[in-house]
Design a protein around this ligand. Structure first.
Ligand code: THU
Length: 160
C-alpha cells in the first residue's frame, strides 16, 4: 500500500458583527479602490488592502490588458508596490474584496494561484505568515491564518 500524505486546511468565518476595527478600515480601503480598477474585459473589479507591521496601509486594484495575460491582479499589484517601497517592513495582513461592474453586492473572491504563490514569497522573505481575508457577498469574512491554508504543498525551496 502506498503511503498517503494528508494536510488539513481551514478558514475562519467572521460575521460582520464581529469584524475588528482594523478589518473595517482595510475593507473600506479595498472597497474604495476597487471602483478604479481597470477591468474593461472581465468587468470584475477587485480591491486589495495590505497592512504592514508599522501600521502603514497600501491598496491597489486589478489592472487588465487587451493582451489578457499581461493583466495583474489586485493582490500582486499591492504587494509589489509595498514591497518595492518598503522592502524591510513585514506584511501582516491582506484583505481582498470584489464586485462585478454595475452591481452593488460584493462578489465572492479568493486569490488566484499566481497571487497565492506571491503571498507565499513574502511569507518566506519575512519568515512570518500573512493573514488573508476575503469578503463574501453576505458580509462574512473568510480568514486564512496564512498562505498554507490556501496553498498546501506549495513550491518553496530551490535547494531541496
Ligand atoms: N482578480 C484579482 O485581481 N484578484 C483575485 O483574487 C481574482 C481575480 C482579477 C484578475 C482579472 O482582472 C479579473 O479579476 C477577472 O479574473
Amino acid at each position: 500500500m502506498n503511503r498517503k500524505i494528508e494536510l488539513t486546511v481551514s478558514l475562519e468565518v467572521v460575521q460582520q458583527k464581529n469584524w475588528s476595527e482594523q478589518d473595517k478600515i482595510l475593507i473600506a480601503k479595498a472597497t474604495n479602490i476597487l471602483e478604479s480598477a481597470h477591468a474593461p474585459y472581465s468587468g470584475f473589479l477587485v480591491g486589495a488592502a495590505l497592512l504592514l507591521e508599522n501600521g502603514a496601509i497600501f491598496a491597489a486594484n486589478n489592472q487588465e490588458n487587451v493582451s489578457f495575460p499581461v493583466g495583474i491582479c489586485a493582490e500582486r499589484a499591492v504587494l509589489s508596490y509595498a514591497m518595492a517601497n518598503h522592502p524591510d517592513i513585514r506584511p501582516v495582513k491582506i484583505v481582498i474584496v470584489a464586485k462585478r461592474k454595475g452591481e452593488s453586492e460584493f462578489a465572492t473572491v479568493t486569490p488566484c494561484g499566481l497571487c497565492r504563490q506571491t503571498i507565499n514569497e513574502y511569507e518566506v522573505k519575512f519568515n512570518s505568515p500573512i493573514e488573508i481575508s476575503m469578503l463574501n457577498p453576505n458580509g462574512e469574512i473568510l480568514k486564512a491564518s496564512g498562505i498554507e491554508q490556501l496553498l498546501p504543498f506549495r513550491f518553496n525551496n530551490l535547494k531541496g
